[in-house]
Every structure is written in C-alpha cells, then in structure tokens.
Ligand binder design. Structure first.
Ligand code: SIN
Ligand code: FE
Length: 291
C-alpha cells in the first residue's frame, strides 16, 4: 500500500540535507506521498478576495500556464485577473524552487506545466463520473499527452478556516494495473497522429497515454474497485504541502476547499529506478514498447 513519508522542511527556498532529499526521492518513486506538514504557502492580504468559488467560470480550477503566462478558468477581469495571475504564479515559482531543492536528481530535466488554484468545495460537487476526483484514480491528461513522462504534483492546502483536505490513497500501481490490464486496449495504429491532426490533443497521443486514460476511466467506473480495494484516508492539514507522482499513486480527493497545485513532467530516465514508472510497468504487462 502507498503511504505517507514526512519530511521536516519549512521554507520554499531552503536546501534540505542530502539525506532528506534521498528519502524524498525514494519515497516518491516507491509510490508514497511526501508530506511537508509545516510548509505553508503565505497568502497576501490582496489575495483574500479570490477565496470564493465565484471566481470560477465553468472550470473546476483557475489555472496559470508558466509557458505562456496565461490565466484560465476564471471570470476575473482587469486588475483582479492580474492579481490572481500573480498569486498563482508566485505559487508556481515557489513549487519549482521547492522541487529543485528537495528533488535535485530531477532538477535539470523537469518541465513545469500548469499550476492551479482550487477554490471549490470537493465534497458533494456535482460532476460526471469521469471528472469525479472523489473516485480513486491515477492522473492522465486527455489533451496534453505526457509521452511516458511522469506526472509529479505539488499541492498546498491554503484553507483559511483551518480545514484539512481529505484524500483516500489506494493500492500500488502495479497491483491496480494488473487488475485492469486485460481491459486496456492498445489504440489502432495512426490514432495518435489523427487525434493531434484533429487538435483533440496538443501532441501525438502515445499508446502509453491511451492506456493510462483507459486506466483512469476503468478505475473510476468500477464500483467494486472503488468500495472494496485496499485504501486509506489521509487528512492534509491547512498550512501543509505534499508531493506525489499522481500518475502512480491511486488517489481520491474527498473533502476540502482552497488548494494550490503545480504539475511537473519528469522523464523516466532521470528516476533512481525507472522500472517503477507506470510506463515500464505497463510495458511489462503488455509485453511491448508503448512510446
Ligand atoms: C486530484 O488530483 O484528483 C485532485 C486532488 C485535489 O484536488 O486534492
Ligand atoms: Fe487526480
């Protein structure tokens, strides 16, 4: 079962000792969540007005793309939009500083993806089963294929009322992948190319990405798996930060409001042990290359 490894680290830009860095890297690659219980992200006074789901358009989250500098998912306009953009950008840069120091092995190989601010209450949110993150799943992105790279995410609970964010964490990736592998179908040749031509995806969807999307969906759709497979509940306190490979860790967010998140992509070749990656595990199960 996946579990939680705690690291004492209280500053976004401080250097942890070498031992803590090795511990964090090993724990993440083993499928654990790394929790930094005392590392809070400081919200500035002008940012408090964004702490309402009313800033969202129809999206689950407001987002910031460091590559383009663009803000999304929000109805905020003008000066408000600028302040919100700077808030998420500040978190994005803090998360990058943290990961570069705590996970130095990946430092020169990371791609910083989008960051998000999540002001909606998770519990009771109405959505379709596929988008329902209260159901156990591994992450996979329909429009932006990872091409086999790992999805590493930094989360910070900024709830101003001191409420925790509740997650459930499920079984190990290999166990879950074995359970669903017989149902996962390799895409027809040319499908990845076609999807990018049609602009369904930004880049070509690899067979790996196709299998991961199916795995995400099969997990969420399987009632027996959701209720009966081994799982543990964890509460992430307000003012804490945690890191996980969410393409590997089966997770479900069950309750909580106001969270920041930053996504990084990590090439499997930079891992201590790439055989633990979802890419290499699925390649073994399907007995073929998937990227
Ligand atoms: C998820 O990645 O499934 C949601 C995590 C969260 O918002 O706490
Ligand atoms: Fe997720």
């Amino acid at each position: 079962m996946s579990s939680v490894a705690t690291i004492d680290h209280t500053d976004w830009t401080a250097m942890p000792d070498r031992e803590a860095a090795v511990k964090a890297t090993r724990a993440l690659e083993a499928g654990d969540v790394v929790l930094l219980p005392e590392l809070g992200f400081a919200v500035e006074s002008g940012e408090a007005s964004f702490f309402t789901p009313a800033i969202l358009d129809n999206s689950k989250n407001a987002s910031f793309d460091p590559a383009s500098g663009r803000l999304g998912g929000t109805t905020a306009k003008g000066r408000d939009a600028e302040t919100l953009r700077r808030f998420i950008q500040r978190f994005s840069e803090s998360a990058a500083a943290l990961v570069n120091r705590v996970l130095p092995r990946y430092r020169d190989h990371l791609t910083r993806g989008r960051a998000s601010f999540r002001p909606a209450e998770i519990a009771g949110r109405a959505t379709t089963w596929r988008k329902d993150d209260t159901r156990l799943h591994v992450d996979s992105f329909p429009a932006t294929p990872s091409g086999g790279r790992r999805i590493l995410r930094v989360f910070s609970n900024v709830n101003p009322e001191g409420r925790a964010r509740g997650w459930r964490i499920g079984d190990e990736f290999e166990t879950v992948a074995r359970r669903f592998a017989p149902e996962l179908r390799l895409p027809l040749p040319g499908t990845g190319h076609l999807l990018s031509l049609l602009r369904v995806t930004k880049t070509r969807r690899s067979p790996y990405d196709a299998l991961m999307l199916q795995l995400h969906d099969r997990m969420k759709a399987d009632e027996e798996f959701q209720t009966r497979s081994p799982q543990t509940a964890i509460d992430f306190p307000a003012g804490s930060t945690w890191i996980a490979f969410t393409d590997q860790v089966s997770h479900a967010a069950t309750a909580g409001q106001y969270q920041l998140e930053q996504t990084f992509l990590v090439p499997v070749q930079t891992m201590l042990d790439e055989q633990r990656s979802p890419l290499r595990i699925l390649e073994r199960l399907k007995a073929r290359r998937l990227t």
